[in-house]
Every structure is written in C-alpha cells, then in structure tokens.
Ligand binder design. Sequence first.
Ligand code: AMP
Length: 362
Amino acid sequence: MKIGVLGSGQLGKMLALSAYPLGHQMRFLASSKEDPSSLLGNTFIQNGSQEIIEEFSKNSDVVTYESENTAVSIVKEISQKTMVYPSAKSLFTSQHRGREKSLFDKLNIPCTSYQMVNNLSELKIAVENIGLPAILKTATDGYDGKGQFLIQSDSQLDQAWKSMSGVESILEGFVNFKRELSLVAVRGVDNTHEYYPLVENSHHNGILRLTIAPAQNVSPKLQQQAESYMCSLLDEMDHVGVLTIELFETDNNLVVNEMAPRVHNSGHWTIEGARTSQFENHIRAITETPLGDTSCTYKYSAMINIIGEQGPIDKVLTLKNAHLHLYNKTEREGRKLGHITITANTLDDLNTSLEDLSDFMP
Ligand code: AMP
C-alpha cells in the first residue's frame, strides 16, 4: 500500500523502515526536505496550500500521523478522500489534556485531580480546590515537559500563570509517584489487541532519558490493571494503530498521566527487543493486516535517548549488545538526536552495558 505520514520526524522514519520489508511505499507531508524521514519516501512539502494536501491524499491509500499536535482539521479533510488511522477522534481527544482527563473519568481510569484554568483568578480557585504542590500545564501543545510550571507555594501563582502566556491551561495535583511506567499497545481494525509489557521510564528536565523493558517487579495484576485501562481507551475511541499511555505508580495505585495516539519514544526498544516492533505493528494495523507478536526476544532491553549532542557514538558500535539509531538531526540543547537499544539476557549484562554507556546519561 501507499502509506502517507503527516509529519516527517524520527517516528516517520522508523515507521518507514518497518513498512518497506512488508512491501509498502511511503509518502510524507513534511516541513522540509531535510527532515529525518524525507529521504525515505515521496515528500510533499507542507506550504499551507490546499493543492499539496490534495496531492498527498491522492497519492496515499492510507494516512497516519506521527504527532498529537497534528491539526484535526487536516485529518478530517484527508479522511474525506482516503482512510486515516488512528481516526480524528483519537487525535482530538489526546491533543488536549482536559479532554483526555474527562475521558479517563468517564471510563473510571484513575488520574490525578485537575481543573481547567483560563486566567489568574481561576488558577487561585483551582489551587484552593486541588492544593499544593500542583503542576500547571498548557492544555495543548506541551511535549517533553515544555509548557509546565511546578507550583509549590501561593507566592508563585502570578509567575506560574504568566509562564502559560495566557493560553488555556490545566492545574494537576502533584502525584507522589514511586516510578513512571508506560504501556504501548496496538488495536487492529478487527478489534484485536496486542500489548507490550509495562516499561519503566526515567526523565531528566521533562525529557525521557532511559527506558527499561520490561519494568522490573511488575506483578501480573499490575500489568492486567494497565491493560484494562488501555483496553477501555482503545475500544472507546475505536482506535486503530498504536496507542501509548504514560502512568505513575504510587504506593497503592496506578494513575494514568496522559496518552499518545501513536508510536512512542518509550517503545523504541521494541525494534530489537520484541518479536514485532511498535512501528511494524502500527503499519500492520493501519494497513488492515494481522497484528504481530509483542513478546520480548530478550529478557531485558534498555533504551537510552541521545539528547542535545551526539556524544561518543563509536563506543556504542563497539558493544556487541548495543544498537545505534541516529535521526540525522543537528545538535541542539534538549533535542532528541537518536537512541541506543541494549539487549541482555542477564541483569548483570544489562547493568554492565548501561555503565559502559553512562556518558549518554544526564
Ligand atoms: P507530561 O508532559 O505530562 O508527560 O509531564 C512530563 C513529566 O513531568 C512527567 O514525565 C513527570 O515526570 C512529571 N509530571 C507530569 N505531571 C505530573 C504530576 N501530575 N505529578 C507529578 N509529576 C508530574
């Protein structure tokens, strides 16, 4: 099939790399010819014109997107000409933190207390209701911890509201979590579901730095609990493709933070660490073909993000259980330039390789 991707970053690139062995061709609606995936298919440069969108749609049998910040209006427009998976409903819900949280409430999925905020006086009321500490976040367009302010005392309210630049925001109760987990799953058009194991994520300055897969000390009950939340979301949105949920594990609960209607950074380990990667499973789902096995090929995998500067990448190539993925991006503070996957069958091997690559850790 001819698969069109709205966007052309590293996620589009990795989708393309898993689509070609299955015989598909790729098209990208890109912002520039220099984007990470633009050399991997026919590239249509997004210039805001109607013609480009029409050309892109005409040249695609099915269209998907790689970011929840994709305009819903474009997805709706393309849906009238060709198939789009996941649907505009998944996109519309997950690009707004308030809509996302009301869906969690509707489905009885635990999430932290929250209140929408449109001005300073509403923020003051929200703080009275929710208490401090709390996190103020922009309702849309936030990623990698951007557009967030941790409020610890009433004296910070002015500063917190100013940092939102007047846009609609959400105040969230601060969750005292033990660790951060995520669950990546995929749903096919025939309502089949496949789940990867829960993974543990470590962030620095709001950016994911390390994923350990599977997360250690996860009871079958915890995995089932996360899968049941995921299942309700997949079915409610009639989602087709990969969906990711980010979770906080507290002393006695599993709380959902947010979801992404797409392949996810915390699922990159699946390229080498699972029988079918998240990218291939997304492609299988959107091309309406059977989903692949999500079980692990190694006992342990880890994913280290390469952030800001490339670092000693030659060292990665000398390790026999490490795999390097570079996204062809120029160095810039806080930018995701690539990732490394480590695979191991013993915890000792995993820890030794993590130490060998400690230069890449903050
Ligand atoms: P987000 O953009 O919502 O994924 O937030 C980025 C990071 O901020 C998360 O990975 C957490 O480490 C932290 N964070 C976000 N929301 C909360 C919260 N309500 N309570 C505690 N930490 C949070």
